[in-house]
Every structure is written in C-alpha cells, then in structure tokens.
Design a protein around this ligand. Sequence first.
Ligand code: GUN
Ligand code: ZN
Length: 399
Amino acid sequence: MVAYRARILNFPSVNRVEDVDGYLIVKNGTIKGVSVDKPVNEDIVDFSEFVVLPGFVDTHIHLPQLDVRGKWSCDLLSWLNDYIFPEEMKHLDPNYSAKKAREFFELLVKNGTTTALVYGPPSEESTDAAMQVAKESGLRVFMGQTLMDTNVPDELKTGVSEAKNALKRGVEKWSRGMVQYAITLRFAISCSMDLMKLAANIARSVNAIIQTHISEQKSEIETVRRMYGMKYASVYEHAGVLYPRTVLAHGVHLDNEELLLIKSRGVKISHCPSSNFFLHSGVMDMGAMDRYGIDVALGSDVAAGPFISMLPVLRDVYYANFISPIRAFYHLTLGGAKVLGIENVTGTLTSGKSADFTVLKVESMEEMSAEEILSNLMFLGDDRNVVATYVRGKEVWHR
Ligand code: GUN
Ligand code: ZN
C-alpha cells in the first residue's frame, strides 16, 4: 500500500467539489480511500506541496494530426483538404505512425491526461502500430482506424469489405484491457451509408464505442443535407450509428429535433470549445444539452484545437459557456468517464476505482480555497503545472 500526502480534490457531481488535505491510499493500482488521518504502516509519498486531481479525460483527439496544429484556414472543409488529408496520408506508413504515437502519448501524460478517446491513422496496420504504442504508454485509451470511403483522396479510402475485416480484427484484438478499439467514422461527408451501417453493426455487436463528428459548421451541414436529403442526426440514425456508446464531437448547430433524437438514443457529446474557436465553428450551447439531459464531456480536438493540455480547453469552455471552474473540472474528469461508459472505473478518486490521477503545482496554494486553485489552473494552467501523472497507481510520467 502507498499513501500520497496531498491536497486532494474530487468532483462527484456537476457543481460539487470535495476538498481533503490528507492522504490518497492506493493498493495494487486501486484506490482504497481518501483520509484526513495519516495511515499507519504505509509508504508515504510526499506531495504535500501539490494538488492531486482525478486524471484528465480527453474525449476527442486525432493522433495523426499532432504536427498540424495551428494551421489557419477559412473553414473546416478547406482546412481538411489543405492540411489534414495530406498529413494523414503520411500515416499510411506504420513506422511513421508508431513514431508519432510515441510523441503523442508522451505529450498526453506530460499534460496530465490519463484517458483519451483517439482518432487513429487511416489504415489498419498503422492503427495497430499506434495502439501497440498506446499500450506501452500505460494510458487508458480508446482508439480506432479513421474510416473514410468518399470525398477524400483515394489513398485515404477504405472500402466496405476491407473495413469489415479490419474492424472485426480490431475489436477482437483490442477488446479488453487498457487499450480498446473504438469504431471511428470520420463524418457523414466522407463515409458512405454502407460504411456507416457496417461500422454501427459491428460496434453494436460487441458494445464498442463509436465516434464521429456532427454539426460542426454550417457549410458542412449543408453538404450533408445535399448528400443525404436529411438532417445530420437523421443520417446517423438511419445508419444505426446512434446508440448509448456513441460519442459525437462538436454538435454546435444541432436543432431541437436532433437533440431530442440524440437524448432518446442515449448518445453522448464531446464538446471541443478550443477547436470551435479556432475554426470559428460557433459556440456549442451547453444549456441546451442540460435541458435535454445529454451527457457532455470535453475534447481537445487536436489539431483543430491547438492545445494538447486540457487546461486551456477549460479556459475556452469558460469563455464559450460561462461555467464555473468546479463544473469545468467535473466535465473534464467524471463527466469524461461517464461519456466513455467507464465511470465505475475512473473519473473520481474514490474507493474501488483505478488510481488514475494528476499531481499539479499551483503557486501559493496553501492559502487558496479549492475554487481558487481550480480557477488558477483553468485560466493560467498548462503543462508546466503538471508534476506527475499516475494511471492504475503507476507513475507514467514525472517532471
Ligand atoms: N470533421 C471531419 N473530420 C474532422 C477533423 O479531423 N477535425 C475536425 N475538427 N472536424 C472534422
Ligand atoms: Zn475532430
């Protein structure tokens, strides 16, 4: 057993923080409890100058876009054509993907992210190579090949029958453990109805996460309407994509009928405020998500989002949606775990859950309330605040 001496903050519900100046007790990677009293007969790790938070959950990030952050373009569709597709083509080489994956997961741990839902490279082999690296990183990762078969350069396309074999092998090989396969459809513009139906069927048959994008920009929505003659959410509904393990990114311009459909299917939303600011996509309405009771988590959406660190993403969710620091950290931790369906495993530092936590330095923390510490991290924080990152009780990174 190990006890970590620290200021320990937890976010058990949307607007609540628990603040304990005490000990986080961990045995074999599992949390045994949080206590004010010093436990006897245990190794003590002294983090008394630091704050310990549940590990950060990034519910939307693109691994093959690591090197194309901060590339300005006038809108989403031109940005994809000008920068993203050429970069993702480099990831047809599995060695390149493995190399970039090492940099990618190293950056995630350095930034205090312990769990991520990741869009992988555009081929089966490169995705498998990147997932192998994910496993070595020790992080908790859901990831899959980014599937496309229309309206993209030919090199990036995976046909339906090829996708079927790749997905079957992927979900079988990565079905349990810290790295699991997530069925990953780029979006309705670059996936045929047949490809989406296939992906939905396979995901449902094994209860895997499905991830895709929805209603990010007006021109994208018009293209979807022209292609399919229906609303964006109806396209996914028609394909069978909407089910309780579906994570839709953005959802900036969904109308009430679409929100109702999304809620009725138990679908979750990954809110990506930094990306929405970068591409001028608009402001996602968190109030509407609350009214419909839709679960919302946060995504960096690298590379449309410029930041790997989730702390600037919190700053942007504040500017977009005017939520409190406590609420922002809830969405980053337990809210993220809920959206991924792993709230019984991670997301809070409570007895029985995995010891996934982030150790952070905040100047003059001793005199601060919990809210002041969180506010400081949210408005001023980045990778420089992170002292160490733990997953399943194992230190995966330290300064
Ligand atoms: N829509 C389809 N693909 C993408 C992508 O890679 N990034 C973002 N932000 N939106 C998308
Ligand atoms: Zn994205």
